[in-house]
Design a binder for this molecule. Structure first.
Ligand SMILES: Nc1ncnc2c1ncn2[C@@H]1O[C@H](COP(=O)(O)OP(=O)(O)OP(=O)(O)O)[C@@H](O)[C@H]1O
Length: 336
């Protein structure tokens, strides 16, 4: 459905010189700096995938989405989506996609969402019985019936966002882009929107790409995650893999029936690359990095060699991982 190869976008930014003399010189010759907002990224997406594009502020997510939706023309590389090149065949292409940009509305401020939906139906030429049934389904599943006839300016952010999602889907696109769809929303509205998106993906096979700063959006919706940093794609894979790669690993806390020294545990585990931490004489923690391979081994060795009264396994949360991806100074921690 989506094929992106060696995509690039550069911006040329005018750099103002300092002081009055600098401003005077700027009148005659301007200095420009080039910013590589998107720097040679490639990925493909199959129909029906639901995935997240994440990265810290300025990583290049919005620029990427703008190129994918045909708003910006790339400086280099190629994008083919559904057989279209977005920035070249913009008019036909936008009929096949839906877009929700958190900060930009598709709804007319002084009209009710319902009136906006009817106008959009005309624009997209889906003003038939099937289009009407689809709209009714959107209204029901997004639970917006009680306020869909009020002017948009009177709606709360959560109500408006649900209407925005309906507006983006009026023409039943096969591909939906969402840029920060849950930012600023309360937990219940977030849940409603997520449930709706999950169901849409399952029943209609809609391909969904979202950018988000909210880690719980990813946990709830996406198996696949793309991580951008300084314009480059630094990770493309399953959420579970991301946890393995950037998580601090998994920690297993053992409570022993008898006093047990870390050295005894080390002797039992041999050369296994793991860290052993001591809480007290009866409890030790084992930290493993590649948990999928290591964890069963650690459990069987320790349980087989010692008398254990309790075991607790603590996996890194996605929140921890995202925090780990960006170290305190915003640099990406290198993991090979
Ligand atoms: N129109 C523009 N002109 C000049 N520079 C731009 C423009 N748009 C983006 N940039 C620069 O490109 C880089 C990537 O920005 P982009 O908005 O794509 O990042 P982002 O990952 O979406 O960040 P955020 O999470 O803050 O939205 C930044 O350095 C930004 O300053």
């Amino acid at each position: 459905m989506i094929r992106v190869s060696h995509l690039q976008k550069e911006f040329h930014i005018h750099q103002a010189r300092a002081g009055l003399a600098g401003a005077f010189r700027d009148l005659f010759s301007r200095e420009y700096k080039t910013v590589k907002a998107v720097d040679d990224i490639s990925f493909t997406v199959e129909e029906g995938e639901m995935f997240a594009l994440i990265g810290e502020n300025g990583a290049g997510k919005s620029t990427t989405i703008k190129m994918l939706t045909g708003i910006l023309t790339p400086s280099g590389g190629e994008i083919v989506i559904n057989g279209y090149v977005p920035y070249r065949q913009r008019e036909q292409y936008v009929r096949s996609i839906g877009v929700v940009f958190g900060q930009r509305s598709q709804l007319w401020w002084d009209l009710s969402p319902l009136e906006s939906f009817r106008l959009l139906k005309n624009v997209y030429k889906v003003d038939d019985a099937a289009g009407e049934r689809w709209l009714e389904r959107l209204i029901e599943e997004l639970d917006i019936a009680s306020f869909v006839s009020q002017p948009v300016r009177k709606l709360s952010l959560g109500q408006r966002m649900r209407c925005e999602v309906a507006a983006a889907l009026i023409h039943k696109p096969k591909l939906l882009f969402l840029d920060e769809p849950t930012v600023g929303l309360d937990v219940l509205v977030k849940q409603k929107i997520r449930e709706f998106l999950r169901n849409l993906n399952e029943t209609e096979q809609t391909t969904i790409l979202l950018t988000t700063h909210d880690v719980s959006d990813i946990e709830a919706l996406c198996k696949r995650v793309l991580v951008m940093d300084k314009g480059r794609l630094i990770f493309d894979g399953q959420l579970a893999e991301l946890k393995e790669k950037w998580g601090n690993g998994t920690e297993v806390a053992f409570q022993f029936k008898k006093r047990t020294a870390p050295e005894e545990l080390r002797a039992a585990l041999g050369e296994l690359p793991c860290e052993i931490l001591r809480d007290n004489e009866f409890s030790l923690r084992v930290k493993v990095v590649r948990s999928q391979d290591m964890l069963p081994f650690v459990l069987s060795v320790v349980m087989g060699s010692f008398e254990v009264s309790d075991v607790k396994i603590k996996e890194a949360s996605t929140e921890d991982i995202v925090r780990n991806i960006y170290s305190a100074d915003g640099e990406v921690v290198s993991h090979g």
